[in-house]
Every structure is written in C-alpha cells, then in structure tokens.
Ligand binder design. Structure first.
Ligand SMILES: Cc1cc2nc3c(=O)[nH]c(=O)nc-3n(C[C@H](O)[C@H](O)[C@H](O)COP(=O)(O)OP(=O)(O)OC[C@H]3O[C@@H](n4cnc5c(N)ncnc54)[C@H](O)[C@@H]3O)c2cc1C
Length: 456
C-alpha cells in the first residue's frame, strides 16, 4: 500500500475542502485534497447555483477569483408561487446574490486552492478513517484505481459532503462530534440545467414553488435569461417523490419550458437540519455539508462551506503550531461556526419542524398572506422587530388562517428562545454536555408546542 504524509489531509474538492486547504497552504503547510472524482469531473456538483454573500467570502480564495463564474448578477428577489392557492409573492433578498455557472465555479475554487499550494489527488475514494489507541484521527485509507492507498496527517479535514462516509466509519464514541444524524434530517434533491428558446420574464428572480405531491419544493433559478437551473427536492422524512418524473410534469405545464433542451442533470442529498452540535474529534474537523452548514430553509450551503473551511484551516494551523490535536485545542472552530451561522440555522430549522405538523395548503395560503418584506427579514436578518403597519396588513390578509398564524407566532417565540440559547454555546468542551441537555429541553418544548414528531 502506498502511504502519503502531509501536515493536513483534506477529503473532498468541494467548497469546504478547497477553502480549508487554501487556508492551510497559504500559511506554508503541506496539504493535500483527496477527491474521488477524476480531474475532469471534480467541481461538478448538484446545486441550484444560487450564490449568496460572495462579497464577504474568505480572502483565501477571493471573490475576484470566482467572478468569472457569475453568469447572472441581476437577481434581487425570490418569487414564491403557489398557483393552486392563487399565491404569487415577491420576497426581497438583501445583500449580494448571483446565479452562477456551477461547474466553472467548482473549477475556479480548485484552481484557487492549487495556486495557494494545495496538492490534489484525484480518482481516490476514501473508505475509512485511521485512529490511534486514544481515538485520535491520524489519517485515512482509500482506493485509487483499484490500488489501496493511505494518508497520514497531523490533522484530517472532512469535506466529503452530505452523509460523509468518513463519519460512518470513524469511532467518535469518546469525542463530542455529532453522531445524532439520520437520513430523515436530509433532503433528496435533483436538478437539470435547461436552455429555453426565449428569455424568461422572471430572469431577475429565484422562483420557488411547493410541489403537488409530497411536501416538496421546486425551483427555477435563471443562470442567464435563457439558461435555467430547474430542480426539486423533498425532506426524506416525507413520502418519497419521483424526482425526475415530477420535474418533467411541472415543466410541461409551463409555456416558457416548451422545447427546452436539457444540458446537464445531477442529484444529491443535502442536510436540511440544524448544524452539527460539534464538528470536531481529536485530530479531525468536519466542514460544509459534512457538518450540516446549510441554511435549512433555503438549502443554501456554499457560503457555510466556504467559511467553515476557512475556520477549520485556521484551527488546524493552530493545532499544529501547538502540537495539540485534542478537542480542547480545536474547540474554537465550533464556537466560530455557531457564532457565525450555526445558531441562526438551528432557529430556522424550528420552522421546518413546525411545517411538518401542518397541511402544506394551509402553509402556502398563510405564506401568501404575509408581506414579502417580513419573510425576508425573518430569513436573512433574524429580526424580531415588528412593523405595526405590516402587522395589521398581515392580520387582515391572514384572517382566514388566524389559528395557524397564532401557532406560527408562538413558534417564533420558541425559535427566538433557541437562538438565545445558542448565544451561550460553551467556549470549551467542558460545558458542552450541560449546554446540549438544556438545548434538548427547549427542543422538547418545541415538539410539544407544534405537535411535530421529534426530528433529532
Ligand atoms: C440539488 C441541490 C441544490 C442546491 N442548491 C444550492 C444553491 O442554490 N445554493 C447554495 O448555496 N447551496 C445549494 N446547495 C447546497 C450546496 O451545494 C452544498 O451546501 C455545498 O456544495 C457544500 O459544499 P461541500 O464542500 O461541503 O460539499 P460538496 O460540494 O458536496 O463536495 C464534497 C466533495 O467530496 C467528494 N467526496 C465525497 N465522498 C468522498 C470520498 N469518500 N472520497 C473522496 N472524495 C469524496 C465529492 O466527490 C465532492 O467533490 C444545493 C445542494 C443540492 C444537492
């Protein structure tokens, strides 16, 4: 078996892996990214192609490097459509938003990591982590073109995406690493990139729709006025959808998609759950989808992967400099993730939990009654302020749904309580168990109040 040695070994050439490796390489350490795909196929990721917040992306691979992949920067709002309920709602999206050529973006981040000094080993499927007698992760083993290979490293970064196989194989019994992970907390999603004959009228909007069957969602995201990313997904706790067939059926009903040509198709799972309580174990850090760094409502995970990659890279450098690979030494990584977005995503997940206890038709009708600005504030700023004029208008429009509206209001109170608890995320592993058991008791209140089944 061939053995490779590095300071840091990263699994996965996605956004999380590339930002992590670029951070480590920029500081002069030896780092490799091990990727199962070929060099040609690497960077080809199933995605809706909507990129939010690129203006503040980590400098290790700066926005200027990614910009050639931004094919539509005119998008400034979301459009929620539920034709059967007569709902069409425009929701402003604050901040910078682009729809991108995702393959080009994937190639550019790989180029950015390589320019920083990262080595890439393609065609290599990682099969298992290696750990010493104390449980510390010391590397991993895999297969390259039929030949076994192994990697030894001071630190391993898991950027292998949703439902990372490394976590199935690792023994995390003595670590804080979150192992409360089930399929039902993920969505299964599929997308096509299609070329239409005429520019679409909604080329400045991200269009969302509930699906007819199951509690799923559909999207049309315009990469250009004539090249559209169309896709759909459903939470795996719900009855499965026929993803390809249901998408075809929807597109056939829209005149814009007549004679549309399919240019690319791909499907994958994505974590529509709260961020992992901890993404660390001795010698090991999980980033991006491998630690559920995804907004559980919008499904946007590129930004979370980029930031957690940077934070993980910085934490590895510190661990190497202090020759301390323990969880105490890596803990700041968890604190930074929770502080930046983990707490907010956990609070947003409360609305997912709420939605499983209601009929989808009630929820779409209710959504149609709430002004887009209020939805935008709830989604993007976590604002709890209430504009009295908007509140009165909302109550009037929602007068037929006041019961659901009241339940939603109470749910918001619970989401705010949860967010407040995440603000006291412990600053060392010592306080972790107590923090988690208090969080679990807030979750029990949320299940009791919403009548929803426990998600975790
Ligand atoms: C259909 C769909 C639509 C989405 N739409 C959006 C959107 O519009 N906007 C947005 O921001 N986010 C979106 N997301 C989420 C976003 O794509 C992810 O959050 C993001 O790509 C996560 O990056 P990552 O680096 O963690 O993982 P990934 O990008 O998944 O990268 C993981 C890499 O690891 C490699 N790998 C996996 N296992 C192994 C192994 N055993 N050995 C070696 N290599 C391995 C994979 O080949 C891959 O290259 C969507 C996701 C899906 C599925």
């Amino acid at each position: 078996m061939t053995t490779h040695e590095y300071d840091v070994a990263v699994v996965g050439a996605g956004t999380g892996g590339c930002y992590a490796a670029a951070t480590v390489a920029s500081a002069g350490y030896d780092v490799v990214i091990v990727e199962r795909k070929t060099a040609d196929e690497a960077g080809h990721i199933a995605c809706g192609d909507a990129l939010k917040g690129a203006n503040n992306f980590p400098e290790e691979i700066p926005k200027s490097k990614l910009e050639p992949a931004f094919t539509n920067t005119a998008v400034d709002h979301g459009r929620f459509e539920a034709p059967e309920q007569g709902v069409e709602l425009d929701i402003p999206v604050p901040g910078e938003l682009a729809v991108i050529d995702r393959l080009k973006y994937g190639k550019l981040i790989i180029e950015g990591a390589r320019e920083a000094g990262t080595e890439f080993h393609y065609d290599t499927v990682v099969k298992t982590l290696t750990q010493d007698d104390t449980g510390r992760v010391t590397g991993f083993e895999g297969v390259r073109r039929g030949e076994p290979v192994s990697y030894e490293a001071e630190m391993v970064i898991d950027g292998a995406g949703a439902l990372s196989i490394l976590q199935d194989k690792g023994d995390f019994s003595g670590a804080t690493m979150d192992t409360n992970v089930r399929f039902s907390q993920f969505s299964s999603a599929y997308r096509e990139v299609v070329e239409v004959e005429e520019p679409v009228e909604w080329h400045d909007a991200l269009v969302f729709k509930p699906t007819k069957r199951s509690a799923g969602y559909l999207w049309y995201f315009p990469r250009t006025p004539t090249e559209i990313n169309v896709g759909l997904g459903f939470q795996m706790s719900e009855e499965p959808m026929k993803l390809v067939g249901d998408l075809r059926e929807d597109l056939q009903q829209r005149p814009e998609f007549k004679n549309a040509k399919v240019k690319d198709k791909l499907g994958a799972a994505l974590p529509t759950r709260r961020t992992y309580d901890s993404g660390t174990a001795p010698g090991y850090i999980a980033v991006g989808d491998a630690a559920a760094h995804v907004n559980p409502i919008s499904g946007g995970g590129i930004a979370g992967a980029a930031y957690s990659g940077k934070y993980a890279g910085e934490q590895c450098i510190e661990a190497i400099e202090h020759e301390d690979y323990s969880e105490e030494s890596l803990w700041e990584y968890n604190s930074r993730v929770m502080d930046h977005f983990g707490g907010r995503y956990a609070a947003l997940d409360v609305y997912n939990i709420f939605s499983t206890a209601y009929e989808i038709s009630d929820l779409t009708a209710l959504a149609g009654a709430i002004p887009g600005r209020q939805i935008s504030e709830a989604l993007y700023s976590g604002s709890s302020g209430v504009n009295p004029l908007l509140a009165v208008k909302t109550l009037w429009k929602a007068r037929n749904h006041l019961g659901t509206m009241y339940d939603l209001y109470r749910t918001k109170g619970l989401a705010d309580r949860l967010l407040e608890h995440y603000e006291s995320y412990p600053d060392s592993p010592a306080g972790f168990d107590a923090w988690r058991s208090q969080r679990d008791s807030i979750m029990d209140d949320i299940y009791a109040e919403t009548g929803a089944e426990a998600k975790y």
